[in-house]
Write a protein that binds this ligand. Structure first.
Ligand SMILES: C[S@@+](CC[C@H](N)C(=O)[O-])C[C@H]1O[C@@H](n2cnc3c(N)ncnc32)[C@H](O)[C@@H]1O
Length: 220
């Protein structure tokens, strides 16, 4: 199965279309498993991070020499596989999703990709699952329902090691965070979240305006 066409990844509202297409056209092809997941996501409207952001996740984990990643909101496990490849053998990635059907699809892909032994699959509310964890992580990745973003931030910071990364997708929300019209609940929550990200003294944050906006916060 071939990957979703490059124009599929275009979000609009953040970078101009030609520039967005240009960036996606630079990407090398993905392996068969990621390509199949991209096609499934395109066909069934599963909102995955896509290949440009997937590479950022892998790159961040490699730069941080991460061995442990906790992911909130994993769907069919596309972003999980990028993390799992980056942490390498002996590393551990926690997959979380509230939908058991998603977890079943993800398990199938983890087996196919040969990374099942480094992934712990947890189903239920990702915020509760994170609060049950006693250890600190090298990276926490946030991709749950947007209204929960401010709560995720408060939960995540104590569970990150110093020098660890708190990474969040969709922080520009197709540009809606910057519009003057009254924000809906999700937009309002993301606006509050972004303010907190930049104002929390323990965090040093940058928003990358790639696809739908990726926030990278270093815990000091
Ligand atoms: C944007 S998708 C995740 C995509 C995935 N990170 C990727 O890029 O491949 C969000 C997923 O989070 C799940 N979700 C949303 N809120 C959640 C919560 N509070 N706890 C667990 N799962 C949640 C949804 O079921 C959905 O599958």
């Amino acid at each position: 199965m071939s990957a979703a066409p490059n124009t599929h990844w275009r979000m609009g509202g953040i970078t101009v279309d030609e520039v967005e297409d240009y960036v996606y056209n630079l990407l090398p092809p993905r392996d068969l498993v990621l390509a199949e997941m991209e096609s499934e996501a395109a066909k069934n409207n599963v909102p995955i991070v896509g290949p440009a952001v997937g590479r950022v996740l892998e790159q961040l984990a490699l730069i941080a020499d991460a061995r442990t990643v906790f992911e909130l909101g994993s769907a069919i496990g596309y972003s999980t596989i990028w993390w799992a490849r980056a942490v390498g053998e002996g590393g551990r990635v926690y997959y979380t999703d509230s939908d058991r059907k998603n977890a079943d699809r993800a398990r199938h892909y983890f087996d196919q990709a040969g990374v099942a032994d480094r992934i712990t699959i947890l189903t239920g509310d990702a915020l509760e699952l994170l609060s049950e964890e006693k250890q600190q992580f090298d990276i926490i990745f946030n991709d749950v329902d947007k209204e929960d973003y401010p709560r995720v931030l408060r939960l995540a910071v104590p569970r990150l090691r110093r020098g660890g990364l708190f990474v969040t997708d969709n922080v520009l929300w197709s540009g809606r965070v910057a519009q003057n019209t009254p924000p809906d609940a999700s937009t309002k929550a993301i606006q509050e979240f972004n303010r907190l990200l930049y104002q929390t003294p323990e965090l040093m944050t940058t928003i990358l305006p790639l696809r739908d906006g990726v926030a990278v916060a270093l815990k000091r």
